[in-house]
Write a protein that binds this ligand. Sequence first.
Ligand SMILES: [Ca+2]
Ligand SMILES: [Ca+2]
Ligand SMILES: [Ca+2]
Length: 294
Amino acid sequence: MKTLHILLCSAAVTLSAAATTTINPTNQYAWAGNFGWTLWHDAGADGAVIGQYVCSGYVWSPNCGWINLGDGTPDDGVHYSNASGSDYGVNLQDPYSSGGVSKAKLRGFAYAANIGWINFENQGNPELSLQTGRLSGYAWSANCGWINLDDANWFVATDVIQPGADSDNDGIADAFELTVTDPPSLTMLTATGDYDHDGKTDVEEYLADTNPLNPQSSLSVTEFVVSGTNCTLTWASSPARLYRITSSTDLLPASWELVLDHIVPDGASTSRSITVAAAAKRFFRVGVFLPLDP
Ligand SMILES: [Ca+2]
Ligand SMILES: [Ca+2]
Ligand SMILES: [Ca+2]
């Protein structure tokens, strides 16, 4: 066996609670049959912001005025409850991947002073592509009807997905910390620590969306099979992340070459096969990154 594998987390992340819009200036139009175009980028200083856990900012309707997607600060630090008039907004939730497509659902309520609540719900099934940033589906206004996020001619797309607040500046989105700890804590995970002593730092586990409190959970190759010139790597994966495979013949830092990029996970486990030259020594590594990271 002259081929082996190693595994590294190869992603960097900048965290910020940005207020500027993430929406592409060209692809920013959603069509409402009863009140015309809505603009998601050109909505003033606070256009729409698509975040890893919550949306925020404003959509502008020339006919109906501002539509508020939320203030970006849900009461629990993770998702808007949409159970009170002071903690409402549109959440990004339930990421899934199947058939080569990764998506997350947009769910919750937006509010427009002139037309009331706009519901992002299951029937209209508004979603975000984690690969392209393109929105799809419909939002529903009880007073004004459907808003089509993916019209035949125009659609809404985000250039980036904001990771969200990192108030303790540890490189881990606060919402992730509050989700994985019980009771919710921002001090348990740290910039340099490895809480569960599995060899992956807390930050690496965040980047890989593995459980930093469970040593059985980490980004790792679970199977490596060589058959002739065909190598198959299998690793545990998260629907909220994308992956890449690089290879090297000698492990020198400058020698790594990209083999496969923007790999959409198959599900909880992902496999990819790579053909190599006969009798060649070849090293592989799997990297992970946040979709559309700024
Ligand atoms: Ca943090
Ligand atoms: Ca760890
Ligand atoms: Ca772990």
